[in-house]
Ligand binder design. Structure first.
Ligand code: KG4
Ligand code: ZN
Length: 344
């Protein structure tokens, strides 16, 4: 039986994470996953890059050791080390990258640089090993919002993306307007559950055209409603509900349009906003019985090293490895992506 074990390392933003992913005859088994979320940024209402780097530096060693311990293996039993090379905060990425390079060099094992967003795409495969392209991916995180046609692993067509704020960023900014902590997504969803729908007539930006997104107008509309509110304590849940309904409506409408235009029969939601149950339920309803929706558990949707190990394992299996000159990057498309404009 062919067994490989990949150590994944993720430090692109404010989670320090390590995981050991075992592959048995092509089947992924997650042996361990450690995620340390940096609470320090809550005080500042957003991620402070310098503090993120320092926290990663303080915790990366223990987090990797813990992941190896929980997997019950020593570093010598690894087949390779996969690390997020970007996009992300350069100082934060450097910590994981340097640690991974040191391990790879010391152990004489291959190093694999992983694009963070390709990691998100692979996350659902850890729980749905039968998930194979082609499918449409709605990638919604704190930093990105895009629709991708995943024709095959490593062969992506960018169908649409946000022209301003990312979906998660919109949840976080509206959360701040409503007095919630950072990041606000999960708390806003809980608040919305108590709200009544239809009190506020929020816009659904670019709903009718194409596959691109825009969220800044929606955010401004919520800001105006908050300013006009006579009693924010009473209105808060209703504001959260109508904002979420508008954001979900736009995300779902565009994803269904991408399915219709490409003829794909599966949609996969990935990234932190994929934790949103209202989004998952609405998309499942709207795709109809002939098409399926796949979403991973919350722990695998928000930033984690298991998804990095999964994408790294696939790249290593096709013979890719990085040199010790691998550098961090703060932006750029997933390798193998072409931009297309569908006539919608
Ligand atoms: O993928 P992720 O962990 O980090 C990035 O790569 O950006 O995504 C974090 C984002 C945050 O904006 C957070 O507010 C959002 O995901 N999020 C949610 C929910 N849970 C997390 N947004 C809406 N509803 C949720 N339940
Ligand atoms: Zn992410």
């Amino acid at each position: 039986m062919a067994t490989s074990r990949i150590l994944g390392i993720e430090t692109s933003c404010d989670e320090t994470s390590a995981a050991v992913l075992r592959t048995e005859d092509g089947r992924p088994v997650l042996d361990s996953l450690v995620i340390l979320s940096q609470d320090i940024h809550r005080v500042f209402g957003g991620v402070v890059p310098e503090l993120a780097s320092r926290e990663h530096l303080r915790t990366i060693g223990p987090v990797v050791d813990r992941a190896l311990d929980e997997a019950g293996i020593g570093p010598g039993e690894l087949s390779g080390i996969a690390v997020t090379a970007g996009p992300g905060l350069i100082g934060a990425l450097l910590v994981g990258l340097m640690y991974a390079k040191g391990l790879a060099l010391g152990l004489g094992k291959p190093l694999i640089g992983v694009h963070h967003l390709e990691g998100h795409l692979f996350a659902p495969t850890l729980e749905h090993p039968d998930l194979d392209p082609p499918f449409i991916a709605l990638l919604v995180s704190g930093g990105h919002t895009m629709l991708l046609d995943v024709a095959a692993w490593g062969d992506y067509r960018l169908l649409g993306q946000t022209l301003d704020d990312a979906a998660g960023e919109a949840f976080d900014k509206v959360g701040t307007l409503l007095g919630l902590g950072y990041p606000a997504g999960a708390e806003l969803e809980r608040l919305a559950r108590r709200g009544r729908a239809g009190r506020f007539d929020f816009p659904r930006p670019m709903l009718r055209q194409g596959l691109d997104f825009s969220f800044s107008g929606l955010k401004t509309a919520v800001l105006r409603a908050v300013r006009e509110s006579r009693d924010l304590d009473t209105d808060r849940a209703d504001l959260a509900r109508d904002f979420q309904d508008a954001a979900v409506d736009v995300l779902v409408t565009k994803t269904v349009r991408a399915l219709d235009e490409t003829g794909r029969d599966a949609a996969v939601i990935v990234g932190g906003v994929a934790c949103n149950q209202a989004l998952r339920i609405a998309l499942t309803e709207r795709v109809g019985a002939r098409r399926r929706v796949v979403v991973a558990s919350p722990r695998l949707n928000t930033d984690n090293a298991a998804m990095i190990a999964a994408a790294g394992a696939w790249r290593l299996a096709r013979g890719e490895a990085a040199g010790l000159d691998l550098e961090p990057f703060d932006r750029g498309p997933i390798p193998g992506t072409q931009s297309v404009i569908l006539p919608v």
